[in-house]
Design a protein around this ligand. Structure first.
Ligand code: GLU
Length: 340
């Protein structure tokens, strides 16, 4: 790991504020209207039940850190959370074991390869590389506290429900469909076991992971979950403190580097925010200190990211001034005359 040499240095945060409520409300509606007609991309079909998703569904939701909610389109339609669960299970495990231990065990760097790549594991001497690819997610899920797989699953469901501020349910149909076809994930878990990178029965870890991917959420839930990560770990709707501010910071850094599969660099370049997508069409984006954005539209780009979800979020990032890399030149008349 990089030695950042900031141990004991007091941390300040970089925030800012959103435009007024009415303006955000109309811009969320505009993000939906201007992208509604787009038909690009294809619905995932490698998990059989996902192929049945209605490709026309499209919802957007922004939840501000003060708890204000802005909705457009099918923001309350439920779908399986899929890979977006990885972000929150990582946060729960990081809360338990801390920054350094998880970074060491699971890693934080992008593989540049597909989310279910076996070659990436082999190229890195069995290291899973980061918790957003399946290898790292399986290793992370295996770290969840609990004496049995059931206890681990209950802790995951409870934790993700706290992020969402409501009891999330397992989609049995999605779970059964994925459990019957996830041979590749089972192979990845076995491979990790052979490298001593998984501390539980590998197939039990795959089963818990498959359940976590099958939790039902809506775009509104994703926005609330994202707003919790934007709000130092406090759910802005329920007021519950779910994880620490440090864990949110670590999770968002991992999302910035790895959240949109092998297109994470392009995403950061265009949108400038940490995000996480899933193959059922969900997309979660976080503007630290400001808001969470949830989007849902099942048609995906070749890497597995929701096409309209990315478009709506790109628009919101621009018009709401969310890109964390954007700045404007300081007004010359206000420049300091102090001599340094
Ligand atoms: N459950 C899916 C899998 O493991 C998640 C994939 C995703 O959303 O990226 O294949």
């Amino acid at each position: 790991m990089l030695d950042s040499n900031v141990e004991g240095v007091e941390q300040s945060v970089s925030t800012g504020s959103l435009p007024g409520w009415e303006q955000v409300d109309s811009l969320v509606v505009a993000s939906h209207t201007r992208n509604r007609a787009c038909q690009d991309g294809a619905v995932a079909d490698y998990i059989p039940v996902l192929a049945q998703a209605d490709p026309e569904l499209f919802g957007v939701c922004v939840v501000e850190v003060d708890g204000g909610v802005h909705l457009a389109g099918d923001a309350d339609v439920e779908f399986s959370i899929q890979s977006i669960s990885k972000a929150f299970v990582y946060a729960l495990v990081c809360e338990e074991f801390g920054h350094a231990a998880v970074a060491d065990l699971v890693g934080v760097n992008n593989t540049g390869l597909a989310f279910n790549s076996v070659i990436a594991i082999e190229l890195n001497d069995g290291h899973p590389m980061n918790p957003m690819v399946n290898a790292g997610a399986l290793a992370t899920t295996a770290l969840m506290p609990g004496a049995t797989p059931d206890e681990q699953w209950n802790a995951i469901r409870k934790g993700l429900s706290a992020f969402a501020g409501r009891e999330l349910e397992l989609d049995q149909e999605v779970y059964r469909s994925e459990a019957a076809t996830n041979t590749r994930n089972r192979a990845i878990a076995r491979l990790l076991e052979s490298y001593g990178r998984i501390n539980r029965d590998p197939l039990e870890a795959v089963d818990v992971y498959t359940k976590q991917c099958s939790l039902r959420v809506s775009a509104r839930d994703l926005a609330i979950m994202g707003a919790t990560l934007a709000d130092g770990g406090v759910n802005p709707v329920t007021g519950q403190s779910v994880v620490s501010a440090e864990v949110c910071r670590d999770t968002l850094a991992i999302l910035a580097a790895n959240g949109l599969y092998e297109r994470s660099g392009e995403w950061l370049f265009e949108i400038g925010l940490p995000g996480k997508s899933g193959v059922s069409g969900g997309l979660l984006t976080v503007s630290p200190g400001k808001a969470g954005i949830g989007a849902f539209s099942p048609r995906l780009d070749p890497a597995g990211n929701s096409v309209r979800g990315q478009q709506a979020t790109a628009y919101l990032s621009r018009v709401l001034g969310l890109n964390i890399f954007a700045s404007q030149a300081y007004a010359p008349s206000e420049r300091s005359t102090n001599v340094h």
